[in-house]
Ligand binder design. Sequence first.
Ligand SMILES: NC(=O)c1ccc[n+]([C@@H]2O[C@H](COP(=O)([O-])OP(=O)(O)OC[C@H]3O[C@@H](n4cnc5c(N)ncnc54)[C@H](O)[C@@H]3O)[C@@H](O)[C@H]2O)c1
Length: 357
Amino acid sequence: MDTVKIGIIGIGGIANAAHIPAYLQDKRTQVIALCDIDRKRAETAKKKYFKDAEVYEDYMDLLANEEVDAVDICTPNYLHAEIAIEAFRAGKHVFCEKPDAITVEDAEKMYAASLEAEKVLMVMRNNRFNENSRYLKKFISKGRMGDIYVAKTAWKRRRGIPGKGGWFTTKELSGGGPLIDLGVHMIDLTWWLMGCPEVDMVSGNTFCKFADSDVKDSAHADFGDRVENGIMDVEDLAIGTIYFKNGSVLQFEVSWASNIEKEERFVELYGTRAGAHWDGSKDEIYYENPKGKLCTHIVNHNDIIGDHALNLLNFIDVILGKAQPLYTPQQGIEMIKILSAIYESAANGGKQVKFAD
Ligand SMILES: NC(=O)c1ccc[n+]([C@@H]2O[C@H](COP(=O)([O-])OP(=O)(O)OC[C@H]3O[C@@H](n4cnc5c(N)ncnc54)[C@H](O)[C@@H]3O)[C@@H](O)[C@H]2O)c1
């Protein structure tokens, strides 16, 4: 096999912004099927990019197309597990947008279905593929940071609630607000840089203070369709701490809306030999030279094709047997466990939730 035939399910914001451009520049992939319950979206993508693709409204019909080797799920979160499990039953490889699923049980079922089908399961972790993240990961792996004992991460927006009133802000359909939407990016990236240590316990608090505001100042708020007078029963800010069995601690803050000056996202790592600050566009690494003088090493890689595309290309490489995945489904399950435990803690006023020994 040297070409992978792809079916994309859900032709909305992220499919158009990141997935379609990735496939268009990878000669080893051929998008042969497009599915959206809003047929016009699939038809538009066919007309613009994939003239020979079949168009479907029901994903089960796409899965019945025997030519499709792999599906790429870009639907609202609550559908990820259901579609992935059906896709494995139909013998397809699966790439799925983040978050893996909205419950731990669903994430586990997805993984079990992939094992039974002996097909690849990967979920988008595009921030791991950011060139600056990978530089930092290599630097850490060489032991140059020493032991990382404290980490802080945030993705904070001033006003950036995506698809307000629609599926993003409806708990039953999204699984939650910025904790599951942005936390799955930032907590995952930080945890991965720290070497995926085992969790001991978590605590967190969630707030919703901007459900009545319609102001937007973030391009990220353009994901998902807004629904006038729709539902907003998720948090707009989450804050908390993850304690690891090796004694290290990760503090996080994620928000779609808060009274800060402007949007920012970062990872900060405190190691015994060096410290680091990542902001997506560069790494700053701080260490002392043998004379005790502070040195700052700045690394500034530009992603030429983008981290989402690099993540999708890794999926294709894994299917073709040319690379190892930079994400494993077990790590995905652990991440959903962490996020779910933080929601549990928040529902109990921030009480710590202990993980099994
Ligand atoms: N990795 C990232 O940076 C990133 C960014 C944005 C969104 N996402 C994720 O991507 C997914 C989609 O988000 P989006 O912003 O593109 O949302 P969106 O609402 O713009 O697109 C979702 C699409 O799925 C379609 N859809 C809904 N139910 C369907 C079904 N049963 N069968 C087929 N199609 C169906 C909708 O009609 C819509 O076109 C979400 O899981 C979200 O968390 C990831």
